[in-house]
Write a protein that binds this ligand. Structure first.
Ligand code: OFO
Length: 163
């Protein structure tokens, strides 16, 4: 039996994943405006991945006979000064998501809800990857400083992201 608190917390996570999807789509659009086609593509893929995360949580709730409840997506920023500040926000956001996943695990564990704890392990591993890939981009952008040629070459390499 899944508790009301667990349901509410997972439902909040569905909406957090959808907020993240919207954030990354806004970033993708703004990167395109800046002329960074590779970053725009990378962020569109990230948007798609966040939607898949939301679907996974929705499907899990449904497997426990619970309907997910969606809320309005509000207060999503739409403009960034520079690709570096944009990706710093990606990293900061992923760290916050990691904290949310850890809190969900904590609730599942303290409630003895091992089915949910087991389900969440996918996201525990996923967040390690999410933080690592965002960190790699931030570190690379920091190394480039204002070298436009290097930025262009790196941006082009990000077009290779497939999923
Ligand atoms: Fe970026 O991992 Fe979901 O939110």
């Amino acid at each position: 039996m899944i508790s009301k608190k667990m349901i509410d917390d997972i439902n909040a996570q569905v909406n957090a994943e959808m907020w993240a999807a919207h954030l990354y789509l806004a970033m993708s659009n703004d990167a395109w405006r800046m002329g960074c086609r590779g970053m725009s593509h990378w962020l569109r893929k990230q948007h798609e991945e966040e939607m898949l995360h939301a679907y996974k949580f929705i499907d899990y709730l449904e497997s426990r006979n619970v309907e997910a409840l969606l809320v309005d997506i509000t207060d999503v920023p739409t403009r960034w000064k520079h690709p570096k500040s944009m990706f710093e926000q990606v990293l900061e956001h992923e760290r916050k998501i990691t904290q949310r996943i850890d809190a969900l695990c904590h609730t599942a564990m303290t409630e003895g809800d091992y089915a949910t704890f087991n389900f969440l392990q996918y996201f525990v591993a996923e967040q390690v990857e999410e933080e690592a890939s965002a960190m790699e981009i931030v570190d690379t952008l920091k190394c480039m400083d204002d070298d436009i040629a290097a930025l262009y070459a790196y941006d082009t390499s990000l077009l290779a992201r497939e999923k």
